[in-house]
Design a protein around this ligand. Structure first.
Ligand code: NAD
Ligand code: MG
Length: 390
């Protein structure tokens, strides 16, 4: 039996992963499931999948988790350190689906065990791409992309020579405000930003899709994962979300990956790789769909894309600053402290301030330095948010 663990099991990606695992009883031994505040869900899935251990990231929820698991024989643990410790338990395949920079330490620990890490947590690559890749290499671990665009690029590259790649195009639906007049964006509400036209995802990534911060992170993710130059990566607005990415080769060919907007495809591809197996996703009827459309992204509407290019240009720990500032700005938007357009303004201001001080962005990429820079970026973001709100 394959031993599997799921980090962020209670979230959107985690639940889709559990859906696939639960369809194949007897094939998988579930080692660890982790979550945060949804204890009922975590305990229910741990019991259903007969996990060895269930972990909540919140210390104060340990007793609640213990009570929910009473009589099951499943171990309960709590706290950030316990989540990372769970990643040290031997497993063949680990899903990294925690949202945010909190996914980095468990992901690195899982890579140190030398198995396969299916990576949905794009923040790890944005904050510490080189560290993730070098850790995988040092321990003979495999890192497989789960983001739909990156899984699509990975699939388009099977059997190809990276030297023949001219460009990589990742598509974006354009999110909730694709067709809004630009002047209305400043007034966009939390509820309006929290609904996605095509994908059913967690709230944070849904808002990041509306602001295009999600695509900005994916630009950096593409650069880190596939080692292509920033100028070789393009973003294309594709409202139907059916082509997830395309790879352009030096002979002019474009290989496009087409499929329904269902994350179980990318998760299932990473689960069964290098094989392809039946997956419970819809089959597209292209004659019925009739046409697909494309347009260039507008950097005035979505300044996050420009910021991502600046981050790639700067390198070092700029990605860690970018991600932490974005997480803080998103928290402030969710708390309705700042408006929709202010998220990008906050992130840019934090990048500017932290670039002006030595020892942050130019520090060596270690987990400690990434954590320190992340902390300073969040503090800086809070100060910027406070000054704007005041
Ligand atoms: P979600 O909000 O639905 O779930 C997040 C999970 O992380 C939950 O299990 C939650 O309990 C856990 N969590 C939250 N904060 C935590 C913390 N501080 N410590 C430990 N655990 C914590 O998010 P999601 O939409 O499933 O996204 C998960 C990751 O996958 C993100 O990095 C996202 O960018 C990426 N991703 C998601 C999708 C999608 O379709 N949802 C697609 C591509 C990539
Ligand atoms: Mg994506």
């Amino acid at each position: 039996m394959r031993r599997v663990s799921i980090f962020g099991a209670t979230g959107s990606i985690g639940q889709n992963t559990i859906d696939l695992i639960a369809r194949a009883p007897g094939e998988y031994q579930v080692v660890a499931l982790t979550g945060a505040s949804n204890i009922a869900q975590l305990a229910r899935d741990a019991r259903r999948l007969k996990a060895e251990v269930a972990v909540t990231a919140h210390d104060h929820l340990l007793e609640e988790l213990r009570a929910a698991l009473a009589g099951s024989g499943i171990e309960a643990a709590a706290g950030t350190a316990a989540v990372t410790e769970a990643a040290a338990r031997p497993a063949d395949w680990v899903m990294s689906a925690i949202v945010g920079a909190a996914g980095l330490a468990p992901g690195l620990t899982a890579l140190e065990q030398g198995g396969t890490l299916a990576l949905a947590n794009k923040e790890s690559l944005v904050c510490a791409g080189q560290l993730m890749l070098s850790t995988a290499k040092a321990h003979g671990a495999r890192l497989l992309p789960v983001d739909s665009e990156h899984s699509a690029v990975f699939q388009a590259l099977v059997g190809e020579d990276m030297g023949a790649v001219e460009r990589v195009i990742i598509t974006a639906s354009g999110g909730a405000f694709r067709d809004w007049p630009i002047e209305d964006l400043a007034k966009a509400t939390l509820a309006e930003a929290s609904s996605h036209p095509n994908w059913d995802m967690g709230q944070r990534i849904t808002i990041d899709s509306a602001s295009m911060f999600n695509k900005a992170m994916e630009l950096i993710e593409t650069r880190e994962y596939f080692a292509v130059a920033p100028q070789q990566i393009e973003v294309l607005i594709h409202p139907e979300s059916m082509i997830h990415a395309m790879v352009g080769f030096r002979d002019g060919a474009l290989m496009a990956h087409v499929g329904p907007a269902d994350m179980r495809h990318a998760i299932g591809y990473a689960l069964h790789w290098p094989e392809r197996r039946d997956l419970p996703v819809d089959r597209l009827d292209l004659a019925q769909i009739g046409q697909l459309s494309f347009r260039a992204p507008c950097e005035t509407r979505w300044p996050a894309l420009r910021l991502a290019r600046e981050v790639m240009e700067t390198g070092g720990l700029a990605g860690a600053v970018f991600n932490a500032a974005k997480e803080s700005a998103l928290d402030a938007f969710i708390a309705e402290e700042i408006g929709f357009n202010e998220m990008a303004i906050v992130v840019e201001e934090v990048l500017t301030q932290m670039s002006a001080t030595a020892g942050h962005i130019d520090a060596t990429m270690t987990l400690d330095n990434v954590a320190r820079v992340d902390h300073v970026a969040r503090q800086t973001a809070r100060a910027v948010i406070h000054s704007r709100a005041g």
